[in-house]
Design a protein around this ligand. Structure first.
Ligand code: MV4
Length: 445
């Protein structure tokens, strides 16, 4: 069992982890950059240590400073949250070498799944459908062209080290393949220091559906059903929901069981997400595994009633899962809207500044995960997400109504936020009908 944990993150997820630790009787150490020195959540932690200036590279991504903070405060483990160092296997390895636990998957599984070609191989071994595509890395244009003609256009070229949409190119014919192949390679090299790419059949207008999974050190695995994350703009999710509104129970069961086969095959431990694309015929294809807790984890918590962060901490402390799959029931509908400090009227450009006026929503079925409050200054250095509004209701129609009511209550001024954009989506008849795909936002707004 863990008794003291350092939270190597900031903002709402730092607060979320601190709260879960305290409920388990675990002491917390917060770290902060100079830009976050006045963050209210720091007072909730048992200790708070400044790790550097606002720039991420010198603070939240600075491994020596975080390890030093962990050693000085004598913690058992580090929780990385999401983003920053969460999927950095090198960081997890340094933690292990320093005798500090890492609240996340093992180093081997992290490395393996960080390589998207290896992840495809694992899914294939686990008899989980993958998108038709290359068996390994594509090394030259000729090889790419041969394969593209075998599987048929359109195809998508993806970075082996990628994920989340960077280093991807959709290709429609032989003529544009050359340029796309080279562009994807150099973008991947620049972004990840690894120019390796692979190729897949491009699934047109898919839904993005992902399964929340949890595994302990004894090989017990559980799923917490699926989330539909199709409402996104330029690879930034805006609204997530559970369950996926178009999945029938039999298909849902098959999808969730497929996700469990993937994590068993990868010998994955702790919380993770198995991502799939769902095509027009509701056929699912594995794409990748996110080896971390995700921003949108609360929608799975609300429909199942289980605290995923507590589970992460218990697993990292060596406890086996006591929960049984049959006791995890997906009840009702949960929606999450991400509130970003961005101006929807100005191409979603970041809108840092001080929040002079702030009134958060509440009431039946409403959860707000945020670190912000009146007087809080949104720094320009970090991700622009400042709050998540999560609602839980019996039906999807009621969940949408509650979300609209909650977002209308939410006052954040004078900085601009994505609240109006979320409200516009929630009012769109195709969203209300659940008829959306990953291109919905770009097509309609
Ligand atoms: C795809 C795809 C269609 N076909 N792969 C985007 C992020 C990364 N996790 C995987 N992604 C996709 N992979 C195949 N074979 C569609 C996406 C995709 C997407 C692509 C272009 C523009 C927006 C997108 C939004 C979500 C998913």
């Amino acid at each position: 069992m863990l008794s003291r944990v350092l939270v190597a993150n900031r903002g709402e997820i730092a607060l979320r982890v601190i709260r879960a630790c305290h409920e388990l009787g675990i002491e917390t150490v917060a770290v902060y950059s100079e830009a976050d020195r006045n963050a209210p959540y720091l007072r909730l932690a048992d200790e708070a240590i400044c790790i550097g200036p606002p720039d991420c590279g010198q603070s939240y991504l600075n491994i020596p400073r975080i390890i030093s903070a962990a050693e000085i405060t004598n913690v058992d483990a580090i929780h990385p949250g999401y983003g920053f160092l969460a999927e950095n296997a090198g960081f997890a390895e340094i933690c292990r070498d320093c005798g500090i636990g890492f609240v996340g998957p093992g180093i081997e599984a992290m490395r393996l799944l960080g390589d998207k070609v290896e992840a495809r191989k694992i899914a294939h071994k686990a008899k989980v459908p993958i998108v038709p595509g290359s068996e390994g890395v594509i090394t030259n244009e000729a090889e790419a062209m041969k394969l593209a003609n075998q599987i048929g256009y359109p195809v998508i070229i993806k970075a082996v080290a990628g994920g989340g949409g960077r280093g991807m190119r959709v290709v429609h014919n032989d003529v544009s393949l050359r340029a796309a192949f080279n562009a994807a390679k150099s973008e991947a090299e620049a972004a990840f220091g690894d120019g390796s790419v692979y190729l897949e059949k491009y699934i047109v207008e898919p839904r993005h559906v992902e399964v929340q999974v949890v595994a302990d050190h004894e090989g017990n695995t559980l799923h917490f059903y699926e989330r539909d994350c199709s409402i996104q703009r330029r690879h930034q999710k805006m609204i997530e929901e559970s369950p996926c509104p178009v999945l029938q129970d039999r298909d849902r069961q098959r999808l969730c069981e497929a996700a469990l086969r993937v994590i068993k095959e990868a010998k994955y431990v702790n919380a993770g997400t198995v991502e799939f694309l769902l095509d027009k015929d509701n056929k699912f294809y594995f794409i990748e595994v996110n080896a971390r807790i995700q921003v949108e984890h609360p929608v799975s918590e609300m429909v199942t009633g289980h605290d995923l962060i507590k589970m992460q901490l218990q697993i990292a402390g060596g406890e086996p899962l006591k929960l049984r799959q049959k006791d995890i029931i997906q009840q009702g509908v949960a929606l999450e809207c991400r509130i970003n400090a961005e101006d929807p009227a100005n191409n979603f450009s970041p809108c840092p500044g001080t929040i002079a006026e702030y009134r958060a929503p509440g009431g039946f079925g409403v959860r707000v995960d945020t670190h912000t409050c009146q007087g809080w200054t949104v720094a320009p250095n970090y991700d622009s997400m400042i709050a998540k509004v999560i609602v839980h209701q019996k039906t999807r129609a009621e969940a949408i109504a509650t979300m609209r009511r909650a977002l209308e209550e939410f006052t954040i001024a004078p900085i601009k936020t994505t609240i109006p954009a979320c409200l516009a989506i929630l009012s769109h008849n195709l969203f209300v009908k659940g008829k959306v795909d990953t291109g919905f936002v770009e097509r309609n707004f």
